[in-house]
Design a protein around this ligand. Structure first.
Ligand code: CA2
Length: 143
């Protein structure tokens, strides 16, 4: 089973600022944690990050026929991008949305998730363990 983990803008800056919201782990730490977890449960993962909406859309499209499921944290594009929503709908792969912080208790604009409308599950406010919970969910569903 092969899963694609997609991260949106600024997530590559994690661990550098706002540790009270996003924790102290760096993006590199998080990638290693995801890869180690996936390997231990026999799941192959590719992790992709981009700051560009169109690149994220291209990556979602390229997942069609190449991956069994998608874990996605679209970061700020969560709350703005109909293009990412449409791409997720177009490929129609089982997808899980992850947010490190609890977007429901922050600014009101973070309560809307376009990407979430194409995801069968949302893991919100569980810190970076949310990625692992999302991978486990898809692994259980797809096995
Ligand atoms: O909680 C999440 O995972 C978010 O998707 C993170 C996004 C935010 O725009 C969403 O509303 C919720 C922000 C990504 C990273 O932002 C950084 C900010 C400062 C320092 C490092 C990263």
């Amino acid at each position: 089973m092969k899963l694609l983990v997609i991260n949106g803008p600024n997530l590559n800056m994690l661990g550098i600022r706002e540790p009270d919201i996003y924790g102290r782990e760096t993006y590199k730490d998080i990638c290693l944690k995801i890869k180690t977890y996936a390997e231990n449960i026999g799941v192959e993962v590719e992790i992709y990050q981009s700051n560009h909406e169109g690149d994220l859309v291209d990556k979602i499209q390229a997942a069609y026929g190449a991956f069994d499921g998608i874990v996605i944290n679209p970061a700020a594009y969560t709350h703005t991008s109909v293009a990412i929503l449409d791409a997720l709908k177009a490929v129609s792969l089982p997808a899980v949305e992850v947010h490190i912080s609890d977007v429901n208790v922050r600014e009101p604009f973070r309560r809307i998730s376009y990407a979430g409308m194409a995801c069968e599950k949302s893991v919100i406010g569980k810190g970076t363990d949310g990625y692992l919970l999302a991978i486990q969910y898809l692994a259980d569903k797809l096995k």
